[in-house]
Ligand binder design. Sequence first.
Ligand code: PGA
Ligand code: ZN
Length: 415
Amino acid sequence: MMTLTLTHLRALEILDSRGRPTLQVEAGLSNGARAVAQVPSGASTGTHEAHEWRDGGTRYGGKGVLGAVRHVTEIFAPALRGGAVEDQRAFDGRLLAIDGTPDKSRTGANAVLGISCAVARAVAAARGEPLYRTLALGGPRLPMPMINIFSGGMHAGGNVEFQDFLIIPHGLPTMAEALAAAVRIHGAAGELVRRSGYVLTGVADEGGWGPWLPGNEEALSLLTAAIAEAGYTPGGEVSIAIDVASTHFYREGRYHLASEKRSLTGTEMVELLEGWCSRFPVVSIEDGLAEDDWEGWVRLTKRLGHVQLVGDDLFTTNGERLRRGLECGAANAVLVKMNQIGTLTETLDVCRQARDGGYRAVISARSGETEDSFLADLATATGAGQIKIGSVTRSERLAKYNRLLELEGWDGLSF
Ligand code: PGA
Ligand code: ZN
């Protein structure tokens, strides 16, 4: 068989689900196959993420990505044209060498990721196989979704501090039934908020409700009640996950819960979370402590290790940081976001590293998303077992859920 090579690479500034510029990249191969990938972008970003290129200046409030577009067409395209593409590790290695910085700050992790994903998808197209097969790591296996019902923090105008209150419909046997349950619970939760007299101002960045509540615990009470009202047993078929995203309300050693007019020490945060786990069916906690509080994380893991403790800002999909966590026993799961690190190969390496170290992995979208469904195939390909996309409204979320439905309904894959 002829070696597949890259014949063309181009990029375009498009808009994400918040109306902010992001990147679309197209790769074309020697057999005529072409594919496009779109890059997501976070709001509650971790300090240790790879560098996302933004133009600065006044256009789009400084958030334009025309510089990243230029890097794709003027730096990467000439250097990569004619090169082999089927060995993704070797190809991504060339991307890293061209950028040449540890955090991809010369060309931008958004430029690098767009190329890495577009090329993988073009290879899948060239071979006539589904993307999850091209990416195969431990799968194919459908991931259990972790679905946002209530949003807070930076995704909902700071109504409450904790960022995500999610459900895990682990007792439902199929993706179709799991999503049907999520839709019922999302509806019941909205009704419950209205009936309780709270102000509900539409949905937040990830499609969950962003109600004004008197405190963080009220979101948990309402969610537990909504699960029951929708006809499911809280903790039976459907459990709760939270993303505290605590880095974003941590200042000078304390966690500031402005909605509750109090601030907590790290020890008090651990006690709060422990109390919630005993009173509510919470089975997963993300970023319960701040991104650089390694000692706190070790204590949290000793106390609450029976619960899934996910590091997002803590690890930022970075192999070095995950190694440190594995060595000292911080967290027991890693959130995997491709654009935190910048290439597909590094993303898959983190999944492998987690699996080998006995940590779980949750493949995750960003709060700023596009209609690209790449993530659904990635989660399926890794066999990671879990995916976090947001809620069951807003088409940038549904693009991924609908792809998962397709993988179940047409490709015959299962949990
Ligand atoms: P972000 O939020 O994309 O705004 O970082 C998602 C998350 O924290 O999990
Ligand atoms: Zn998070």
